[in-house]
Design a binder for this molecule. Structure first.
Ligand SMILES: [Zn+2]
Ligand SMILES: [Zn+2]
Length: 392
């Protein structure tokens, strides 16, 4: 059985309790805390703010934090160095490979596995998938899955961490995770994963696989420069194109929060603004079928029709075929038949959030209560409409 709270001395992630009299940390100590994902990085010094503004839920919580934004902005600035280092076929190939691989790590592993448990995997494979996901530079699997589960639970309500309906398109695209409110790992929403010590440790050092990949790209460029000078590449060029690939993966992923909740068609009358968008599905390997996904979040497949290209689904089937994962959850036949019928009806309008059906256990895990106290009123509003997501 999992424990409700993981002790800090076991490599756990402490739940974010404001301390009563914390002295103001130096910028270096704060940067170090940020690097190891310590929520204390955003705790203000005692008495430095009015009580209503303190902590991660106060008035300042949704403002962009300069420290958080500095890395994000710096990575974009590194991309501009392409005018200095130039381009080569080798750099373009590296950029494309890293884009598709890491997009798959995010969609197949972080999203469909850690967030929704759409298939089964052994413990070593689970850790491997977590480490591979970290190479995308989108924080650790527990942070990612926790916030995504909150998104599904509170889709397009004020409690949704990145709803374009309430805070605007840019906030939902990339400003939300640059704010103190979204820094801490929402441990209460990932209790099923918190019991694995190796995942808790990886969560603390999630930037290490990302940094190692960047260094490896630079070393590869240096080696190619010496071994195959005809390729006209080098360490600096490979690092810049690694950064370009990273930024492309970033913004393609973010479009699912910003654009897929506003642009496209609605097959199902889900209680949110989710849309199916073929363009977004192409650049995100299948995530653009977002209305399908909100209708039935725990399926390993998001393209419900044969022509709805879902490359992540194909990739997961390949991993299952060689035995690395198993038990991919299918889309129920009943929903596929509904898809047929819906495709011959006019698009349905978006319902007010919380007013319709199809909210469910988005994690597919019913072994623990992941409801937080603040969720009670929403659960009451949605009442008996928990639906389609029966656990195995
Ligand atoms: Zn969504
Ligand atoms: Zn999801």
């Amino acid at each position: 059985m999992m424990s409700d709270r993981i002790p800090e001395d076991e490599g756990g992630l402490a739940e974010n309790e404001p301390s009563a009299a914390t002295p103001k940390p130096s910028p270096w100590r704060r940067a170090l805390r940020w690097l190891i994902n310590d929520p204390a990085a955003f705790e203000p010094a005692a008495g430095s703010r009015a009580p209503a503004e303190e902590g991660s839920n106060g008035a300042c919580a949704n403002r962009v934090d300069p420290l958080r934004a500095s890395f994000f902005v710096a990575l974009h600035l590194v991309c501009l160095l392409v005018v200095v280092v130039g381009v080569s076929k080798a750099a373009l190939v590296l950029c494309a490979i890293l884009y598709f691989l890491r997009m798959f790590f995010i969609t197949g592993f972080y999203h469909r596995y850690f967030s929704h448990r759409a298939f089964r995997a052994g413990r070593w494979m689970t850790w491997t998938m977590a480490a591979l996901g970290c190479t995308a530079g989108q924080r650790g699997p527990l942070w990612w899955a926790g916030h995504h589960r909150i998104h599904h639970r509170f889709s397009d309500t004020p409690d949704d961490p990145h709803s374009p309906r309430h805070r605007g398109r840019w906030f939902s695209h990339c400003l939300w995770f640059l704010s103190p409110r979204s820094f801490a790992v929402p441990t209460e929403h990932v209790r099923d994963w918190m019991r694995f010590r190796e995942l808790r440790i990886l969560e603390r050092i999630d930037s290490v696989p990302f940094i190692l990949l960047g260094v490896a790209c630079a070393l590869l460029g240096a080696w190619l420069d010496r071994a195959y000078p005809a390729l006209e590449t080098g360490a600096g060029q490979m690092f810049v194109w690694f950064s370009i690939s990273t930024v492309l993966v970033y913004h393609a992923t973010y479009t699912i929060n910003s654009l897929a909740h506003g642009f496209g068609s609605r097959r199902y009358d889900t209680p949110d603004d989710s849309r199916n968008n073929a363009w977004l599905a192409l650049i995100t390997l299948g995530e653009g079928w977002h209305n399908n996904h909100h209708r039935y979040p725990i399926s390993a497949r998001q393209g419900f029709r044969r022509w709805e290209i879902d490359l992540t689904w194909l990739g997961l089937r390949a991993l299952a075929a060689v035995g690395l994962i198993s038990d991919l959850r299918p889309v129920p036949d009943r929903l596929l038949r509904n898809a047929d019928a819906s495709d011959h009806r006019p698009p349905e309008p978006a319902s007010p959030a919380g007013s319709s059906s199809s909210i469910g256990d988005v994690s597919g895990d019913t072994s623990g209560d992941i409801s937080a106290p603040g969720e009670q009123s929403l659960e009451k509003r949605r009442g008996s409409r928990r639906c389609e997501c029966a656990s195995r």
